[in-house]
Design a protein around this ligand. Structure first.
Ligand code: GTP
Ligand code: MG
Length: 316
């Protein structure tokens, strides 16, 4: 229960906290968390367009992705990051570097925690990274649509409250959008008064080429199980305008072994055809024109440890 305060105090506090009507708040907000916490789902929801691949496989996101959210009160530049994990290959080292770079450069951090799973070592590791960054951070407890009893959030909040001085605790569902308005308002409150860094109609820093490759990779992840999602990568080889206004698009799917190539293709090439159809529909919807998509599956042994390959794939 809030304490009564004298009217003059309340008025002067309100005045000192308020900003001029034309003063907008803007800044960069990193979304940090374990793989599968729902970071990319949240960024897509808040941006209102799909700009990041989402799947139930860990390590879906491999690079830093900016998602821009405009509100009358200001602009929030969300920085989607790869899920925090122990890096094995050079690919994974680059992914973790993207997390560290984001933590070192943003105005505010959202530690996104899947509230539907028990606390594990991975959570402690993420928390330590946030602590080490020393940045103002907000704890967002995600996937609350998965359980009715909201009381189970309290022990979780209590755990985190004793670990770091979070600026706020917000339960959300990135899937349904529940709680995300509250989250946005909290973020805006904690950003500096500053002009928006991006134009009002910018949504992301991702190029259409990158998005096309990512839409195809997402279809792959949906249809592959076990270790395969970790060993596939997609690159655009050809992006060529057609006289009829359509686009000729060639993509190459990289795998590390011949046996993996066979799995991606599926019996009689059916799996690949199925993926191509789904990806093409999404790419056409994004571009608003016909796309003629061809896909090659190439065996590139050890691409995950190959610096040149990683550079070419845009995983910097
Ligand atoms: N029920 C439920 N599922 C969610 C929610 N948010 C995300 N998911 C699901 O969780 C899975 C992982 O979502 P992503 O957005 O790819 O997770 P991420 O944190 O970006 O994962 P990485 O990129 O691998 O680090 C997907 O199957 C999502 O549909 C949520 O609020 N509720
Ligand atoms: Mg992601």
């Amino acid at each position: 229960m809030g304490q009564e305060q004298p009217l003059e105090t309340a008025i002067s506090r309100a005045l000192s906290e308020s900003t001029p009507a034309d003063a907008v708040r803007s800044g960069f907000v990193a979304i940090i968390g374990r793989p599968n916490a729902g970071k990319s789902t949240l960024v897509n929801f808040l941006v209102g367009e799909k700009i990041a691949a989402v799947s139930d496989k860990p390590q879906t996101t491999r690079t830093r992705i900016l998602g821009i959210v405009n509100r009358p009160q200001g602009q929030i530049v969300l920085v989607d990051t790869p899920g925090v994990h122990k890096p094995g290959y050079r690919l994974n080292k680059r992914m973790m570097q993207a997390v560290l770079d984001a933590l070192a450069t943003v105005d505010l951090v959202v530690l996104l925690r899947d509230a539907s799973v028990p606390t594990g070592n991975g959570d402690r590791f993420v928390l330590n990274l946030v602590k080490q960054s020393g940045r103002p951070a907000l704890l967002a407890l995600n996937k609350i649509d998965r359980f009715k009893e909201k009381g189970r959030l309290l022990p979780l909040i209590d755990f985190y409250r004793h670990e770091y001085d979070f600026v706020d605790y917000v339960p959300i569902s990135a899937l349904t959008g529940e709680g995300t308005d509250t989250l946005l308002n909290c973020l805006l409150q904690h950003l500096p008064v500053a002009p928006p860094p991006f134009a009002a109609d910018d949504l992301t820093d991702q190029t259409e080429r990158t998005l096309a490759a990512e839409f195809l990779r997402e279809q792959l992840l949906r249809r592959l199980s076990d270790e395969l999602p970790f060993v596939v990568a997609v690159a655009v080889e050809k992006w060529e305008e057609r006289k009829d206004g359509g686009l000729n698009l060639s993509c190459v799917i990289l795998v590390e072994r011949q046996s993996q190539r066979a799995i991606v293709l599926g019996r009689g090439g059916l799996r690949l055809r199925d993926m191509a159809t789904a990806a093409r529909a999404e790419i056409e919807a994004m571009l608003g024109r016909n796309v003629f998509l061809e896909i090659f599956v190439k065996v590139e042994p050890h691409w995950r440890n190959n610096e040149r390959c990683l550079d070419e794939l845009g995983i910097h």
